[in-house]
Design a protein around this ligand. Structure first.
Ligand code: CP3
Length: 346
C-alpha cells in the first residue's frame, strides 16, 4: 500500500493524546457513524450490516458521514469489534432489533482450543483497504482512528453466542475451564495485536481498544482475565497512541493509568471527572464521559452540561466524548450542539 497521505490540517486530537497544549479540547463521539444519522439509515436500507463493513467504499462513505455533518476532530473507521471473532472462525450475523448472533459459539473445551490466530490481517484485508481509502478521502481534514475489541469483551460474545446483560454463559465457561479460556485469551491477544498493527500500517493514526464488558468482572477477575491482555496489546502497538476504553472498570483506573501503556483512557459517565483525575494523578489523557442519554435533553441543557464537563476535566490532556456510544434516537441537532459547544469552548 502506498502511504502518501495528504498532510493533516487538524491535529488537535493527536496533540491532546500526546499531552501537548491545546486551545480547546478535541471532540468526537463513540459510534458517531450510526443510526441517528438519516444518511446512515438510507444505506442501511440497501445493504446488510456486514456488506457495509466489508465493502471499503461503503465503510469509507459511512465513516465520512458524521465528519461532513458535524465536523468533529477525529474520524473512526466504520467497522465492528466482531470482525476478529469472524477471522478466528466464528460465524457472526447482525440481526436487526437483536444485535449480533454467533452460529457456532464456543461451547466446549475442544471448541476453545480450536481457536487459532492465523493470518488475521489477511482475512480482514477489507478493513485495511477501508482505512487506506478513508485516509485518502479524508484528505487530511481530521485524523483517522482504528479500533478493536479487547479479548475479554470478544470472549464474552464468542462464548455467549449473542448479546447479554450479564454474559453468564461466558463467565461460567471462564470459571469451569480456566485453561481453555486462557488459550482463547492468548489467541485473541495475538490476533488483536496483529490486527491493530495492520490497521496502523494501512493508515490509522490512533487506535482505540474497546473493553465494553470490563465492568462485568470483579476487580480480582479483571486483574486475572482482562488486564494482562490489555497490557500486552497496548505495549505492542507503539507507533500510534492507544486509547483504552474499559467500560465500567472504574476500580482499575489507577492501575490502567500506570501499568497499561495506553496513551489515554476512556471514561464512562458513572464516575466524576474529579475522581478520574485523582485516580490517574493528572498524568494521562482522559476521554469521555458525557452520559449518552443526556443528548436527549433540551439543547440549552446539553450545552450547559457539556461546558460543565470541560470545566471539570480541564482543557489539557482531555478529549471530549460520550461515556459510551451515541443512542440511535438522538436528534442530529442535539449531537451537533454537543460537538459545537466543545468547539466554541474558551
Ligand atoms: O464508532 C463508530 O462510529 C465506529 C463504528 C463501530 C460500530 N461498532 C458500528 C456498529 C464501533 C466502534 C463498534 C464497536 C462495537 N461493536 C462494540 C464496542 C463499543 C460498544 O458499543 O461498547 C461492541 C460491543 C460491538 C458489537 C455490536 N455491534 C453490537 C452489540 C451491536 C448491536 C447493538 C447495536 O448497537 O445495534 C453492533 C452493531 C453495530 N455496530 C451498529 C453499528 C453502527 C448498528 C448496526 C445497525 O446498523 O443496525
Amino acid at each position: 500500500m502506498s502511504n502518501n497521505f495528504p498532510p493533516l490540517k487538524n491535529d488537535l486530537f493527536l496533540r491532546a493524546l500526546r499531552g501537548e497544549d491545546v486551545e480547546r479540547p478535541p471532540v468526537w463521539m463513540m459510534r458517531q457513524a450510526g443510526r441517528y444519522l438519516p444518511q446512515y439509515m438510507e444505506l442501511r436500507g440497501k445493504y446488510t450490516f456486514f456488506e457495509r463493513v466489508e465493502t471499503p467504499e461503503l465503510a469509507c462513505e459511512i465513516t465520512l458521514q458524521p465528519i461532513d455533518e458535524l465536523e468533529p476532530d477525529a474520524a473512526i473507521i466504520f467497522s465492528d469489534i466482531l470482525t476478529v471473532p469472524q477471522a478466528l472462525g466464528i460465524d457472526v450475523q447482525m440481526i436487526q432489533g437483536k444485535g449480533p448472533v454467533m452460529g457456532n459459539p464456543i461451547r466446549s473445551v475442544d471448541d476453545a482450543f480450536a481457536i487459532l490466530a492465523e493470518d488475521v490481517p489477511e482475512k480482514l484485508k477489507h478493513v485495511m483497504d477501508a482505512i487506506h481509502l478513508t485516509r485518502m478521502e479524508l484528505n487530511g481534514r481530521v485524523p483517522l482512528i482504528g479500533f478493536a475489541g479487547a479479548p475479554w469483551t470478544l470472549f464474552c460474545y464468542m462464548v455467549q453466542g449473542e448479546g447479554s446483560k450479564d454474559f453468564n454463559r461466558a463467565k461460567s465457561f471462564l470459571y469451569r475451564h480456566p485453561e481453555a479460556s486462557r488459550h482463547v485469551m492468548r489467541e485473541l491477544t495475538t490476533a488483536t495485536i496483529d490486527y491493530l498493527r495492520a490497521q496502523v500500517e494501512a493508515g490509522a493514526q490512533a487506535v482505540q481498544l474497546f473493553d465494553s464488558w470490563a465492568g462485568l468482572l470483579s476487580p480480582e477477575d479483571f486483574n486475572e482475565w482482562a488486564l494482562p491482555s490489555l497490557m500486552e496489546i497496548c505495549s505492542a502497538v507503539k507507533e500510534v497512541p492507544v486509547i483504552l476504553f474499559a467500560k465500567g472498570a472504574w476500580y482499575a483506573l489507577e492501575r490502567l493509568s500506570f501499568h497499561s501503556n495506553a496513551e489515554a483512557l476512556g471514561i464512562d459517565w458513572t464516575i466524576t471527572p474529579e475522581y478520574a483525575r485523582e485516580k490517574t494523578r493528572n498524568e494521562i489523557t482522559l476521554q469521555g464521559n458525557f452520559d449518552p442519554s443526556h443528548l436527549l435533553a433540551p439543547i440549552p441543557e446539553i450545552r450547559k452540561q457539556t461546558r460543565r464537563m470541560i470545566q471539570r476535566f480541564g482543557v489539557r490532556r482531555y478529549i471530549a466524548n460520550l461515556g459510551h456510544g451515541i443512542l440511535p434516537h438522538v436528534p442530529v441537532d442535539n449531537a451537533r450542539a454537543f460537538v459545537d459547544t466543545v468547539k466554541e469552548y474558551g
